[in-house]
Design a protein around this ligand. Sequence first.
Ligand code: SF4
Length: 566
Amino acid sequence: MAKQRSNCSLLGLLQFLSIITNFNKFITTLIANGRSADIPTLRIVVPASLMNLDTKENRNMKSLSKSRYTAFCQCPKNLWLGVFKRDEAVIDDAAKARFEEGNVVGYLAMGLFGNYKEAHAEKPDGSLDLSAMIAQTQQFMAAGVENICEASFSIDGNYCAVDILRKNGDGWDIYEVKSSTYHDDKTDTAKHLLVYSRDIAYQKWVLERCGVKVKGCYLVRLDSNYVRGKELDIQDLFHIKDMKELVDNEYLKVPTNVKRAKAVLAGDEPDEPVALHCHDPYDCAFFQYCTKGMQYPNVFNMYRMNFQLKCELYNQGKIYYEDLRDENLTEIQRLQVETSLNGTQLVTPEDIREFLKKLTYPLYFLDFETMMFAIPPYEGTKPYQQIPFQYSLHWIEEEGGELKHSEFLGDSVLDPRRALAEQLCKDIPKGVCTTAYNKGFECGRLKELADAYPDLREHLLDIRDHIVDLIEPFRQKMVYLPEMNGSFSIKHVLPALQPDDPALNYSNLEGSVHNGGEAMTIYPLIATMTPSAAAAARESLLKYCWLDTYAMVKVWEKLREMATNN
Ligand code: SF4
């Protein structure tokens, strides 16, 4: 049955959003737990590449959809694999999180123009009933509905669902909703917008062939400049861009592209070399499939090498480090290749000693855990802002002194930032030396906290200004071990420096948190857990973050050893 929503239900949803910090995950949890809640129904939509459209029946039809069309524009093989070998797709947690955010953003945007109706129907097996959705759309249009969400059309095996189809005089406007952000007009170049232009051009082409007069084409994204007030204001949250000119350019290419895409679907697996298109505009989920059989380490592990160059070398058969010796490499890349092939390491005690002089007592080791949401959850936050909810702090008062520890973890219900900032100012005195690993992240969060809380500003900026980056000796080639393999992240550096200590192995951590991604996923869910599950999740978070700063202490100790033993 088609869904009818109004401003009224949207208002209820927004009020709900204002008290629930992680709306989408909360809803997912409710559904996963099989519980019902007095809230509007939210469909959980699977990734576009794995859409229900790709049922066996539809696959045999070799039909196109807007996601298949854009997949073809990225790479013909991507389209073919997505239809015929989709089990080979590797979708990482970050991509899954993006899809999930996209669902929430799309849902919110439905109410952008007031009352609306949504075309939605499912078959008994849970897959989308496209024929029923197309029929609903026709009924809505005939009945004079002004705003139709998921407006569905199909002609000659070309299907599309328009996010919002809006009546405009004697025609209709297309609104394509994305969970990406608008920054400013300067960054909105035609190249940047190309992927959206293609998508909308395909929709316009399908609609016009179905006899619908398309008057305007618009792109709806989150405005990165939006700062949430007490309530969420979706009119200000979303930025609407007129895409007519850009879409007109792409529109002319649609008939040829559709013909070529259908030929791809009618044929065997295409032969396509890896190239820039594997990462641009989106990371292709089939990259592992297309490079399968490749051993580790290889050219794609090279430190800060341009991706296009990596692909060129790969396609020339220069895959492994021994094949790269004669290439024009940077100093660190050469170090990476030579230390790996020769089993050597680089340690420069003099430079390390100079670096260690910057680390004075009392010495603090700080690490934040953060979360981010497409829809800003708290007053004063922006779309996709990194919101700190936890920190771990180790410190040593004096040479040979005891290692002490302090920590903060929010309650997962209230905005954690103020309490976190207050405790941090108590835990770290002004004027002392603090270390962070890859300090740009910690410094950025401290600056944001300082901006949010003027009374704590001076202290927070003082902490920031006294941070020394523990990554420096590795980035500046004072120490290089082959096991680092071109990565200076602490998750690579620590096992290279301390290979035999199981207590420093993140995979040995008990509980559900072993990395930052898991921490940011689990934290907001605590508010919805049973008391025992919440206690276990908090324990896991605390252990994980503790290890992050303990690892920094161990890296510092190892540097001291290297500086004195050589
Ligand atoms: S990995 Fe690259 S070559 Fe392979 S399907 Fe994806 S985009 Fe095409």
